[in-house]
Design a protein around this ligand. Structure first.
Ligand code: COA
Length: 260
């Protein structure tokens, strides 16, 4: 399907979704949110997709936030719908059941930082800038930023970034645990591709179990989280991939996982 604001590409089992509004620094208007929701639903349903990369077009920005021009005229009811649509998108990415990597080369501000935080792993160029500047607009984050930043980096960082609205560089984001890797701009594509290939080659049902257990565990107490892990661990024993993985180890060969 053709999108007005996205580019879609595929390299083996790695599916790349690129927000493509570079003249607006890839700001998320309602149409782009809707298209992203559709694109991620399609990636979820396609068994040939084993890992997803989310990127922003151009050199300057991953995504510079929700579209301020569009929000400017919103009524509270429209704002509520916009926030819910954004939150639904972020949750659908988090719950995709396949690993999603954010490739961040420039500004990841506001909704852009929220979008990056909904992905499972974040690889940033050392030139990337992160922030939740909504307060400078008289707003607060509305796509899950107050909640995911709190969970990723803790209360002090969440309050500092949201209350000051000041951007932080990639190294600080790394120190806060917001990004997984920081690399030179030249090494960004290669690093993202290598990581995506590694994730795409992993046993897909085991990956889904890990994503589920870690995400559930973040929202529950230790005992419940451990019980969830036990059930997911036991379920893995019903898969052909588990037989293949353990047999391959014992036979000293490379495992071929089929996602069954
Ligand atoms: N919403 C809508 N349009 C945006 C946007 C956003 N979040 N961020 C950037 N743009 C647009 C600009 O309006 C400009 O459009 P124009 O050429 O039609 O005037 C274009 O993208 C380029 O941005 P510009 O501001 O000229 O680039 P810059 O390099 O001078 O500044 C930023 C870059 C990121 C510092 C600046 O664009 C900015 O502060 N953006 C808003 C960030 C923000 O508050 N995000 C949270 C929103 S809730």
């Amino acid at each position: 399907m053709a999108y007005r604001n996205l580019l879609i590409s595929r390299r083996d089992a790695v599916h790349t979704i690129t927000v493509n509004r570079p003249d607006k620094l890839n700001a998320l208007n309602r149409e782009t949110l809707n298209e992203l929701t559709l694109a991620f639903a399609q990636a979820a349903q396609d068994d040939a997709v084993r890992a997803v990369v989310l990127a922003g077009a151009g050199e300057k920005a991953f995504v510079a936030g929700a579209d301020i021009a569009e929000m400017h005229g919103y009524t509270p009811v429209q704002a509520q719908g916009f926030s819910r649509a954004g939150q639904r998108l972020m949750s659908s990415i988090e719950r995709l059941g396949k690993p999603v990597i954010a490739r961040i080369q420039g500004f990841a501000l506001g909704g852009g930082m929220e979008l990056a935080m909904a992905c499972h792993l974040r690889v940033a160029s050392e030139k990337a800038k992160f922030g939740q500047p909504e307060i400078n607009l008289g707003l607060i984050p509305g796509f899950g930023g107050t909640q995911r930043l709190l969970r990723l980096a803790g209360r002090a960082a969440a309050l500092e970034l949201c209350l000051t609205g000041a951007p932080i560089d990639a190294q600080r984001a790394f120190a806060l645990g917001v990004v997984n890797r920081v690399v030179t701009p030249e090494a960004l594509d290669q690093t993202v591709d290598a990581l995506a290939d590694q994730l795409a080659a992993a046993a897909p049902l085991a990956a889904a179990g890990i994503l589920d257990a870690v995400l559930q565990g973040g929202e529950t107490g230790l005992d419940q989280g451990l019980e969830f892990e036990t059930q997911a661990f036991a379920l893995a024993f019903s898969t052909e991939d588990m037989r293949e993985g353990t047999s391959a180890f014992l036979e000293k060969r490379k495992a071929q996982f089929q996602g069954r």
